[in-house]
Design a protein around this ligand. Structure first.
Ligand code: PHE
Length: 339
């Protein structure tokens, strides 16, 4: 009988279970009312006195081992279960992550960059705090030139030489100073003008300006590039160039696109004409080339500049420029689906 009990101790110690039900079956088998231990202890009464000591000890060991096993297995299964509920069902598809969206200004800027990248323009950037030379003088706007009033300027700390750039043409001057033709570059960036804030104007806004310089560049090249741009950007293929004035280009023009008059909104935004002004452009003035150390006899070029807000307002029918800067989530979330 002693051998049998010893064998059972070995069985109990080796036992393992993966569910609580298995542990319960084990408990009933050993410790239950009609279990093995009950049976063995009953048999124990009839055993010879000299065997009782060893057998008694062995039976106690068996009982303790069985009880210990039940507690241990139950505890570890409980732990497993709480770990399971902590991680949940690991095979379940994950929760959707709430992604942010790009700001409409970035979206439109990237779109413009992409259109010009396709025809060989690179992107160039420059400082927002500029000096007089790059923002004005080099662009054929010497001090006291009346056209400086076209762009009301923020100056910094009463130093008339340091200012917040009023356009990204300043980047083009920097680019020309550092690179010789052929030049094909666009300069996106933030610009500043001391203007009253309204639904149509803001003191901070964004521009993309373009510059193309090479031998034999003509106004026809400019027109073709603009046509390509309006087709890609707006899907409109009718443009009109109106004579205009910029100190840094000669001749200069404003570019209008034919938007159409199909809807009521078309009437409102085009003031009933069907035409919309979208940018300024012209052939780079030889003085500007000279100022940036480019030979105006050998080279010629064109330049253009547009406001990103204006284009975004047209594309997405945004009625008020101030909406771009308010960071209202209800406004920004509407651009989630645009890449
Ligand atoms: N720099 C001009 C502006 O800010 C735009 C422009 C750029 C016009 C290049 C002509 C040529 O209004």
């Amino acid at each position: 009988m002693l051998d049998k009990v010893k064998e059972l101790i070995g069985d109990v110690k080796a036992f393992n279970a993966s569910t609580k039900e298995e542990v319960e079956i084990f408990r009933i088998k050993y410790l239950g009312g009609k279990g093995l231990l009950k049976e063995l202890f009953a048999e124990f009464k009839n055993v010879d006195a000299q065997l009782k000591k060893d057998l008694g000890q062995a039976l106690n060991t068996l009982r303790n081992a069985a009880e210990g096993k039940v507690t241990e297995l139950n505890a570890s299964l409980e732990n497993n279960q709480s770990q399971k509920s902590f991680y949940g069902d690991l095979t379940r598809p994950s929760e959707p992550i709430n992604l942010g969206s790009r700001h409409p200004i970035s979206l439109v800027k990237n779109q413009i960059i992409e259109v010009f990248n396709k025809v060989g323009f690179t992107v160039s950037e420059g400082p927002e705090i500029e000096d007089d030379w790059h923002n004005f003088t080099a662009l054929n706007l010497p001090s006291h030139h009346p056209a400086r009033d076209m762009q009301d300027t923020f100056f910094i700390e009463q130093d008339p030489d340091i200012l917040l750039r009023t356009h990204t043409s300043s980047v083009q001057v920097r680019y020309m100073e550092e690179n010789q033709p052929p030049i094909r570059t666009i300069s996106p960036g933030r610009v500043f003008r001391n203007e009253d804030i309204s639904a149509r104007a803001h003191c901070i806004f964004h521009q993309v300006e373009g510059l193309y310089i090479d031998t034999d560049v003509s106004f026809a090249d400019l027109k073709q590039t603009l046509l390509y741009f309006t087709k890609e950007m707006f899907g409109k293929s009718k443009i009109r160039l109106r004579p205009s004035y910029f100190p840094f280009t000669e001749p200069s023009a404003e570019v209008d696109i034919y938007w159409g008059l199909e809807t009521e909104t078309d009437y409102r935004i085009t003031k009933g004409t069907g035409w919309l002004e979208i940018m300024g452009c012209g052939m780079v003035d030889p003085n500007v080339l000279k100022n940036a150390n480019i030979d105006p006899v050998k080279y010629s070029g064109y330049a253009f500049g547009m406001g990103i807000e204006r284009i975004a307002m047209l594309l997405y029918q945004i009625p008020d420029i101030r909406m771009f800067y308010e960071n209202d989530k209800r406004f920004l979330e509407q651009f989630k689906s645009v890449i």
